[in-house]
Design a binder for this molecule. Structure first.
Ligand SMILES: NC(=O)c1ccc[n+]([C@@H]2O[C@H](COP(=O)([O-])OP(=O)(O)OC[C@H]3O[C@@H](n4cnc5c(N)ncnc54)[C@H](OP(=O)(O)O)[C@@H]3O)[C@@H](O)[C@H]2O)c1
Length: 185
């Protein structure tokens, strides 16, 4: 057994997680996507995200998480979130950080933002990419550092992931979900 890495993101038509001010607009908070995310996070053994990200759901305080920051050398308690540990990925490999929280095997859910999503590109077993049509956030925070020069789909394909059929999450609002999976995983 080993850690299984799953990514979750919802992006605008131009591949953005948040606007130019670094704020995720309310339009990107879609109920069907939140339900999908919540079910996935409830199955996860560990959540990983950057210091400016958080899923902000009712179950959040009960979920074990690593919050990435360069403000610590390796690991330190997180005074701001329950069940959370500050983690510097440059100071300690994910496996060692997870092991310190008694997660040697299991699912790690990666929630972004841009740099964290990029950091894990070589490692995703699956990346769940939700898309909202009709919203553009020029100059915003992209889902991966390579966006918008490249599309999110091209970045995922270049990382060796292949798409499953597109699912309609909220047809009225033009929200779709595609699971990008590493072959054989
Ligand atoms: N639409 C979505 O699915 C989605 C997903 C995630 C986030 N968002 C939104 O995107 C916005 C935040 O974006 P962001 O890219 O600024 O967020 P972020 O990754 O959550 O936060 C950035 C911070 O995380 C730390 N960090 C990032 N990469 C690191 C690394 N490799 N090593 C160590 N520390 C690292 C740094 O903290 P220090 O400065 O402390 O070193 C960095 O300043 C928020 O509005 C959030 O709600 C949306």
């Amino acid at each position: 057994m080993a850690l299984r890495i799953e990514g979750y993101a919802i992006v605008s038509e131009d591949g953005m997680l948040a606007d130019a001010a670094g704020v995720m607009p309310a339009a990107l908070v879609v109920e069907a996507d939140q339900k999908f995310l919540s079910a996935g996070l409830d199955r996860a053994d560990l959540i990983v995200h950057g210091r400016n990200s958080h899923e902000n759901q009712p179950q959040s305080p009960y979920r074990r998480r690593l919050v990435a920051t360069r403000r610590v050398a390796a690991l330190a308690p997180d005074p701001d979130h329950p069940n959370a540990t500050l983690w510097n990925p440059g100071g300690l490999p994910l496996e060692k950080a997870a092991d310190s929280l008694d997660v040697a095997d299991g699912v790690v859910a990666v929630l972004g933002g841009t740099d964290l999503f990029g950091l894990f590109l070589p490692r995703y077993d699956v990346f769940y990419l939700s898309r909202l049509a009709g919203l553009r956030l020029p100059g915003g925070r992209p889902v991966f550092p390579q966006v918008p020069q490249s599309s999110p789909e091209n970045v995922l394909a270049a990382a060796g992931l292949t798409p499953e059929p597109v699912q309609a999450l909220d047809p009225a609002r033009g929200v779709t979900l595609t699971a990008w999976r590493r072959p054989g995983r």
